[in-house]
Design a protein around this ligand. Sequence first.
Ligand code: BGC
Length: 366
Amino acid sequence: MSPTATAVQPGVAVHPGQPNSLHVTEIPRQAPGPGEVRIRIRHVGVCGTDREIIHGGFGAAPEDEASLVIGHEMLGEIDAVGAGVVAFTPGQLVTATVRRPDGCPACAAGQPDMCQWLRYAERGIVGMHGFMTEAVVEDARWVVPVPPELSDIGVLIEPISVVEKAVRQAMLVQKRIAAWQPKTAMVLGAGPIGLAGTLLLRSRGMDVVTAARRPGPHLASEIVEAAGARYVGTDETALQALAAELPPLDLIVEATGSSEPVFAAMEILGNNGVLVLLSGTGGNRELTVPADAINRSLIRGNKVVLGCVNSAKEDFELGVTDLTRWEQMWPGLAGRFITRRLSGLGAYEQILETPAGDIKTVVEVR
Ligand code: BGC
């Protein structure tokens, strides 16, 4: 990045590893160097990872710095372009991917989302300041154009990209089965990732059951049903009982944020099916599981359990295309994910509040 700091700007930050350390810090405001753009931040979304970082369970500051500016879900607008950048012009809406490569073979081959050494940096998460500030300088290679019609909800593209990768990976893996034609899917969890997964799989024509703990009706169950999926509260109906009344589950996307449903998901997955795990669980939970039965059913049924994290630039691009398509299929539905809009970086303390029924909090920087 360009070393020419011209001014400073506020950023909402934590001291990683230290709970209750949310504060406003000052970071340099830079001019873009060759191949870079400067993005003026409009909206920043808050997710479970941010909350874990805020609670001190995760995250690392850039080298030799004490604070980490948080935020990795972003919609912004190009404010300046560096030498040699022809793909972007000032005023254009954009978002950016989260992870920056280390030198591992996967990163070197252009797939930092599949990083092998895990020495990557992630914006607002590990080793690199995030987007909860006024402007960032970014290598144009990581920047993704967003059409103006998504100006209210484009901040959702990052969480959507996570399920885009999940489904893309599942489809790649399932090329192992010539006759695979997925019909029935289950999504576990009804937070932003579970809801995005529900819309994505519905928009691909699958029958979808979305299961999360809290029995409906509530906003999340309404969103699920508006997309033509079925919502089930697992506090009322156990997953095994639910699966017993359904056709074989070809695809399960686990996005509850908990490790507990993972093993039940393995039990209920249909033969030749694929289970994608998306919950990056901190903690040290231990569970007793029916190990022989799960192992037997995975083996006999040729089932795949697939861990999946982060997302590639192509997943962001798929996210842009799909969000545009969902707006045509279900106008305004994705926008209902955003349950709270906080005005300005100064409202940062409200990030800590988790009002009942909150799905996605967005900080409107400007
Ligand atoms: C982000 C991913 C990131 C992961 C782990 C998630 O919240 O969406 O991009 O890789 O956290 O750090």
